[in-house]
Design a protein around this ligand. Structure first.
Ligand code: MV4
Length: 448
C-alpha cells in the first residue's frame, strides 16, 4: 500500500502528481528549494520539506536531501516526475534500498534504455523496427566508413550516452565521414564521459511519433496510442497532439502491437514512451523514455485514463485497471507548451506574473502551478503552463484551442503564447502537413 508519496519535482508536474495522489486518498510530501517556498504545489501538499538552495544540483538533484526528507516525513513512495532524477537508475535503486517504492520502472530498465546502443539492439531483437545502421557501437573510423557505404549517405553519428538530440553529427557524403566520426566521438567524451557512438541512416523529413505504454508487475501491457511531437525547436517540443494527424488506424494498431509485445518480453513495469521516426508509412525506433512525459495529458484526454494514477497503482504491485480492449480513443487533443520566454528570441523571461486568468469551458485543461503574484524563478526550465484542449475532431479541437489561447491572460511576463496563436491560423499546420523541420522554418519566417 502506498500511503504517502514524496514528490521529487517542482512546478506544474509536482501539482499534477499531487492531484493524482489526493484523488486516491494518498498523502503528499512536497520537497522544494528556497526559490520555491511560496509555490502552489508546496502550499497544497500535506507536508513540506525544504531541501536546499535554488540551484537544482543542491536541491531537486540532491539525492541525500531527498532520501532524508522521505525518511523524516515517513513517505513510503517517491514520484520523480520528469527531468531531474526521473531517469537516474542510481537514484531509483537508492530509493528501493531504503525500503521506499520508486514510482517508475526498475533500475535495470532505466539503465538499459539510457544506453542508446543497448536500447536499440534490445528493441530490434524484440521485433521493433529500427533505423538501418551499425550493429552496435562503432569504434574505428574504418568501420564507420564501411557502415556508411553499406547503408548509404547521408548518415547520422549518434552518442550512445546521448539522446534527446544531444551528441549527433551528420555526414552528407564520404568526404565528411572521418571528420564527423572523430568530432562525434570527442564531443561525446567531453559531454558524457563516454565516447561510444553508433551510426544510422539519416532520415531526412520524418515525423516524430511516440507510443505511450503502461505495464504492471504481472505481465500486463497496454499501449495508449501515439502522440505526434514533430513540432520542436532545438529539440524542445512546442506543441503535441494525439492522434497523429496523418497516421492510418491500421498503422497505429500494427505499431502498438509490436511495442506492447516487446515491452512485455522485456518485463518492463510502469509508464514508458517508445519514440519513433515515421516516414513514408514506416516506423523506425530511435529511443525509449522510461519516465512520465510532459505531454502525457494529450493521451489522457483521448483515452480518459489517468496515467499518473496508473503509475502509482502498478508501482504498488496492483494490476493495470484495464486491458487493451478496454482502451478506446475518442476525439483529438492538442497541448500547447507555454513558456516564460520571449516569443521571438526564446530568451528566458522570468519575472512576476501580475495578472492571471486561465481559460476554461468544455474540453479545456490547464496544467500549471502559477497564479497572479507568482514570481517565475530564473533557475529552472521555463515551462509555466500546458494548455491542453480536447475536441470530437481535430477541427473542433483547433477552434476550441484558438478560443482558449485568446482567453488566456498571463500579464507581467513574456510568454510563447503568440507562437501558438500564429500556428492556429497557419494553413499547413491546420492541415497537419508538417515534419520535424517544419516549425524551425515557421519560426524563422515569423522573426523576419
Ligand atoms: C534522427 C534523425 C534523422 N535520422 N535519426 C533528434 C532527437 C533524438 N531523439 C533523435 N533525433 C533525430 N534522430 C535518424 N536516423 C533526426 C532527428 C531529429 C529530430 C527527431 C525528432 C524530433 C525532432 C528532431 C529534430 C532534428 C533531428
Amino acid at each position: 500500500m502506498i500511503e504517502k508519496v514524496l514528490i521529487a519535482n517542482r512546478g506544474e508536474i509536482a501539482l499534477r502528481i499531487h492531484r493524482a495522489c489526493r484523488e486516491m486518498g494518498i498523502a503528499t510530501v512536497a520537497v522544494h528549494s528556497t526559490a520555491d517556498s511560496e509555490a502552489m504545489w508546496v502550499r497544497l501538499a500535506d507536508e513540506t520539506v525544504c531541501i536546499g538552495p535554488p540551484e537544482a544540483n543542491k536541491s531537486y538533484l540532491n539525492i541525500p536531501a531527498i532520501i532524508s526528507a522521505a525518511e523524516v516525513a515517513g513517505a513510503n513512495a517517491i514520484h520523480p516526475g520528469y527531468g531531474f532524477l526521473s531517469e537516474n537508475a542510481r537514484f531509483a535503486s537508492i530509493v528501493e534500498e531504503h525500503g521506499i517504492t520508486f514510482i517508475g520502472p526498475k533500475p535495470e530498465h532505466i539503465r538499459a534504455m539510457g544506453d542508446k546502443v543497448l536500447a536499440k539492439s534490445t528493441m530490434k531483437e524484440l521485433g521493433v523496427p529500427v533505423v538501418p545502421g551499425s550493429d552496435g557501437a562503432v569504434d574505428k573510423v574504418e568501420d564507420a566508413r564501411e557502415v556508411a557505404e553499406a547503408i548509404g549517405y547521408p548518415v547520422l553519428i549518434k552518442a550512445s550516452a546521448g539522446g534527446g538530440g544531444r551528441g549527433m553529427k551528420v555526414a552528407q557524403g564520404r568526404q565528411e565521414i572521418d571528420q564527423a566520426f572523430q568530432t562525434a566521438r570527442s564531443e561525446a567524451r567531453a559531454a558524457f564521459g563516454d565516447d561510444a557512438v553508433y551510426i544510422e541512416k539519416f532520415v531526412a523529413t520524418p515525423r516524430h511519433i511516440e507510443v505511450q505504454i503502461m505495464a504492471d508487475a504481472h505481465g500486463n501491457v497496454v499501449h495508449l496510442g501515439e502522440r505526434d511531437c514533430s513540432l520542436q525547436r532545438r529539440h524542445q517540443k512546442i506543441l503535441e497532439e494525439a492522434p497523429s494527424p496523418q497516421l492510418h488506424p491500421d498503422a497505429r494498431e500494427e505499431i502498438g502491437l509490436r511495442v506492447t509485445t516487446a515491452i512485455q518480453a522485456l518485463g518492463y513495469r510502469g509508464a514508458g514512451t517508445v519514440e519513433f521516426l515515421y516516414a513514408d508509412g514506416a516506423f523506425y525506433f530511435i529511443e525509449m523514455n522510461t519516465r512520465l512525459q510532459v505531454e502525457h495529458p494529450v493521451t489522457e484526454m483521448i483515452t480518459g485514463i489517468d496515467i499518473v494514477q496508473e503509475q502509482i497503482r502498478v508501482a504498488a504491485g496492483e494490476p493495470l485497471s484495464y486491458t487493451q480492449s478496454d482502451v478506446s480513443f475518442a476525439g483529438h487533443a492538442i497541448e500547447c507548451r507555454i513558456n516564460a520566454e520571449d516569443p521571438l528570441t526564446f530568451a528566458p523571461a522570468p519575472g512576476t506574473i501580475t495578472d492571471y486568468h486561465p481559460p476554461g469551458g468544455l474540453g479545456v485543461r490547464v496544467d500549471s502551478a502559477v497564479y497572479a503574484g507568482y514570481r517565475v524563478p530564473p533557475f529552472y526550465d521555463s515551462l509555466i503552463a500546458k494548455l491542453v484542449v480536447h475536441g470530437a475532431t481535430r477541427e473542433e479541437c483547433l477552434m476550441r484551442l484558438n478560443r482558449a489561447l485568446e482567453e488566456y491572460v498571463i500579464g507581467g511576463i513574456r510568454t510563447t503564447t503568440p507562437i501558438h496563436q500564429a500556428l492556429m491560423v497557419n494553413d499547413e499546420f491546420r492541415d497537419g502537413r508538417y515534419n520535424i523541420h517544419w516549425l524551425e522554418e515557421f519560426i524563422e519566417q515569423r522573426a523576419e
